[in-house]
Design a protein around this ligand. Structure first.
Ligand code: GRF
Length: 199
């Protein structure tokens, strides 16, 4: 059984989708061990506490950038975390963590990477850009985390239609539904790979 940590800064709907997939048995070989946030008032932390999952708030604003990096890595190693899923985590992952968890940190992005990704492309900005480009189709991508934003190898994507008259909000809502189906499937691919390499 692999030990999963989810990093989330906000509402945590992808966290809930992953939690539900584990509970229902759709996502196998993993237990949700830790929810970590840089935002002490994140709904994701509330959800974790309500569901008896350890909820941890760590922020460089509290402990200072340098101490925070070490603190983060230690928190994961102390809990023997095998895999990290970013789900709306609004901080850059330190290089030290990427090096320690190479190919064990994944992220979800609300567009079909490599388009509409990179620094500054988050939240409704992504959907605004998709609409401005007149794309008939958008989607979601799960990828490994590397040093540059949204740059790591893509694990799985799913497409989602853009409808005439869509606003960033209506499109974002539709893409979020795609994300909730995609993330557990993509995690299963990563988990299966890690489990087979452990044997
Ligand atoms: C999602 O749209 C995800 O693609 C992006 O941040 C958002 C997080 O939403 N990285 P939630 O907190 O999981 O509801």
């Amino acid at each position: 059984m692999l030990r999963l940590a989810i990093f989330a800064s906000g509402r945590g709907s992808n966290l809930r989708a992953i939690y539900n997939a584990i509970r229902s048995g759709d996502l196998k070989g993993v237990e949700l061990t830790l929810v970590l946030s840089n935002n002490s008032s994140a709904e994701a932390l509330v959800f974790a506490k309500e569901h008896q999952i350890e909820a941890l708030h760590l922020s460089p604003l509290v402990s200072g950038e340098e101490f925070y990096e070490g603190e983060l890595l230690k928190a994961l190693q102390d809990r023997e975390i095998d895999l990290i899923a970013l789900a709306g985590y609004m901080r850059k992952i330190p290089d030290s963590l990427i090096a320690a968890y190479r190919h064990r940190i994944v992220n979800i992005h609300p567009a079909l990477l490599p388009e509409f990704g990179g620094s500054g492309m988050y939240g409704s900005r992504v959907h605004e850009a998709v609409l401005a480009a007149g794309k008939p189709v958008t989607g979601a991508s799960v990828h490994y985390v590397e040093g540059e934003y949204d740059s790591g190898e893509i694990i799985l994507q799913s497409e989602c239609p853009v409808h005439p008259g869509d606003t960033p909000q209506t499109l974002g809502k539709r893409v979020l539904q795609c994300e909730h189906e995609l993330y557990p499937k993509a995690l299963q691919i990563v988990i299966n790979k890690l489990l087979s390499s452990k044997i």
